[in-house]
Design a binder for this molecule. Structure first.
Ligand code: PML
Length: 245
């Protein structure tokens, strides 16, 4: 039986997040993956951590990702209206709650307007922020054959961010996240996404204004499920076979 490793890198500058990436690889790819992730951050950093963890059992293989659809709008308010109306109609999540969170994500969701190093959990029925407001990171996910899926997505005009975000959103759906909102914190990347098992992975542009440094993620999870979902996001290792394009 093959041994698998999780390799996770994060880099920061002056305490601010600069770059984060993760892979699940077999032993033969371990060294080159560590080096690849070390070289990964494009911007300056003064702190980098690379964590390598041997998985106690092989990751679960999921055949296909969430289905990917692209939605483009002429401005941010139209994009936000589309997402909030859809969440209300298809998922029963109050549109004003969705609008409020989209507004927060695009204006600094953390204390003092900081971006958070993970997602906030919000109950979709009551709007309560769960887990004591502590951000939760989804870890232990990757593509079964990352280079091939990357080529496929780039050929279709998607980006490497899509590659990572589609895998992450697919794992989230598997763990019981009912719906998710994501705004990139990269000032030059205005495409975000909204995802759920019913809706799939909806790339939405523009989710924020150009040059805005704000972004983040909100996971809608019912309070009674929060503990189980967080456990899964942190512990269940998942490899995804094909992008569902
Ligand atoms: C996409 O292009 O599919 C949206 C990706 C959002 C990525 C968020 C981030 O990690 O910056």
């Amino acid at each position: 039986m093959k041994t698998f490793y999780s390799v996770r890198m994060r880099a920061a500058s002056g305490g601010r997040h600069v770059s984060g990436q993760e892979r699940i690889v077999t032993e033969d790819l371990l060294e080159e993956t560590i080096l690849e992730l070390h070289r990964r951050p494009k911007g300056e950093w003064d702190f980098q951590s690379i964590k390598v963890e041997k998985l106690s059992s092989p990751p679960e293989v999921v055949e296909r990702s969430l289905p990917l659809k692209d939605h483009r709008f002429s401005c941010v308010p139209l994009a936000h209206s589309f997402v909030s109306a859809l969440f209300e109609e298809k998922l029963g999540i109050d549109r004003s709650l969705v609008r409020r969170w989209l507004a927060k994500l695009t204006s600094g969701v953390g204390p003092g307007g900081q971006n958070l190093p993970g997602a906030l959990l919000v109950d979709p029925q009551t709007g309560e922020v769960l887990n004591g407001g502590n951000p939760v990171r989804t870890i232990l996910f990757d593509w079964l054959d990352r280079p091939r899926v990357k080529r496929l997505l780039l050929q279709r005009g998607f980006t490497e961010r899509t590659l990572d975000a589609l895998a992450l959103a697919t794992k989230n759906a598997l763990c019981g996240v009912e719906a998710e909102l994501c705004v990139s914190d990269d000032p030059d990347y205005t495409t975000g996404y909204a995802a759920s098992p019913e809706l799939g992975y909806l790339r939405v542009a523009p989710m924020k204004e150009k040059k805005s440094p704000f972004g983040g993620r909100v996971y809608f999870v019912r309070k009674e499920n929060a503990r189980r979902v967080v456990e899964c996001l942190r512990k269940r290792a998942v490899l995804i076979g094909e992008p569902n394009l």
